[in-house]
Design a protein around this ligand. Structure first.
Ligand SMILES: *Cc1c(COP(=O)(O)O)cnc(C)c1O
Length: 398
């Protein structure tokens, strides 16, 4: 019988490089705080930007659907797993995103995988931002399409790729995040869309972090720029601002029909639990009916950014509730994250391969649920930790 010693050796190597990962057990989350190992910390790692994972209306909707439809969907959507909450949510998402139709997937990761592999193949070209999320990169690879990346947000370079290569392929698909998950910055979407249109390419925007967050009514990155949704493929997840789990694509009817027929991560997996769809649907209502959460989120983001600057933090970007603090070397990043943890903050260090080598950072995110006291305490802890970190800020950041 074979043994697994070789894996132990590989893991030791990962550990020696300071890149070993493990999960922290969380005991509870309440408001802007998280309980880990019996201690409450200020939670700066949540993607539930509006606090909707804890919203009473959202929880009540999940509970009601749970009682009515049971704990799981029982089969794939095409077999017998389509329940009223799935259909209702797809209609609401399409309306919210101002698209013709929408299709749910069991996670955002699976949405990306399904959409890109269903729309692009070996005869096609996919052009993506260098800092796109791993799920998008995996999807491009799996699709078999020719993949080209352009430097982060550089539309001129995107256009160069399209100009030089578009003609060799059947279709071209430009893929970008609408609000970058590890940077917290927003790409120049109007220019990206223009470049794509000039070269007869489709645009897929992954609004995983932008849905509920960007735009006056939280519709996402297109609303942020006042761009019409027509002809643009908008991906999103239900698992971040919408506080549940699941992913979706909103777009033209023929795209949605194609996905229902070709997206393997839609076809060959069990539908998401109806209770999760019901929770997300109510969360989507809350986004539209209770703008106070988005107002609090952005007020907290402004306060957090100003405070971090004052505390001497070197900010990689400062235009959204996702605020990465630049460090550089991953060992130092993990040391600072640990020191912050000791000072009462939970803000993870983000290392390669999640981000490029030499660009490790502390990723902080604030939510609508952080109180003034939470932010003040968090800023004090940051200031103290930075003061005790000789050589910070680090200048060598790639
Ligand atoms: C989180 C994330 C996903 C995956 O969404 P899940 O619902 O968590 O699977 C996809 N794309 C981006 C940009 C993300 O940040």
């Amino acid at each position: 019988m074979g043994d697994f010693k070789a894996l132990r050796e590989e893991l030791s190597q990962i550990e020696r490089e300071g890149l070993l990962r493990s999960c922290r057990r969380v005991d509870a989350v309440e408001g802007g705080r998280i309980q880990i190992g019996g201690r409450w910390k200020i939670h700066l790692a949540s993607n539930s930007y509006l606090g909707l994972a804890q919203h009473p209306r959202v929880i009540a909707a999940a509970r009601e659907a749970l009682e009515k439809f049971g704990a799981g969907a029982g089969s794939a959507r095409l077999i017998g797993g389509t329940f009223p909450p799935h259909e209702a949510l797809e209609e609401d998402l399409a309306r919210f995103k101002q698209a013709e139709a929408a299709l749910l997937f069991s996670t955002g990761y699976m949405a990306g995988l399904g959409v890109i592999t269903a729309l692009a193949g070996p005869e096609d070209l996919v052009v993506g931002d260098r800092l796109n999320h791993a799920s998008l990169i995996d999807a491009c690879r799996l699709s078999g399409a020719a993949l080209r990346v352009y430097p982060h947000k550089e539309v001129d370079r995107l256009e160069e790729v399209l100009r030089a290569r578009r003609f060799r392929y059947r279709r071209a698909l430009v893929v970008t995040e609408g609000l970058f998950s590890m940077e917290g910055d927003i790409p120049p979407l109007p220019e990206i869309v223009d470049a794509a249109r000039r070269h007869d390419a489709w645009v897929l925007v992954d609004d995983a972090h932008a849905t509920g967050v960007l735009g006056l009514s939280g519709r996402g990155s297109l609303e942020h720029f006042g761009l019409p949704a027509e002809g643009i493929l908008q991906m999103g997840t239900l698992s971040k601002a919408l506080g549940s789990i699941g992913g979706f694509l909103a777009g033209p009817q023929e795209v949605i029909d194609t996905l229902r027929n070709r997206a393997r991560s839609f076809i060959y997996t069990t539908a998401l639990p109806p209770s999760c769809a019901a929770a997300a649907r109510t969360a989507l209502r809350v986004v539209q009916e209770e703008p106070v959460w988005r107002e609090r989120l952005w007020r907290n983001a402004r306060r957090w950014i100003a405070g971090l600057r004052q505390a001497g933090a070197d900010l990689l970007c400062a235009e959204s509730p996702i605020v990465p603090v630049r460090v550089g070397a991953h060992h130092e990043t993990m040391r600072i994250a640990q020191a912050l943890f000791g000072a009462g903050l939970y803000a993870p260090g983000v290392r390669p391969p999640t981000v490029p080598e030499g660009s490790a950072r502390i990723r902080t995110s604030v939510t609508a649920l952080h109180t003034e006291e939470d932010l003040t305490a968090a800023l004090e802890a940051f200031e103290k930790t930075i003061a005790q970190s000789p050589g910070y800020p680090v200048t060598r950041f790639q």
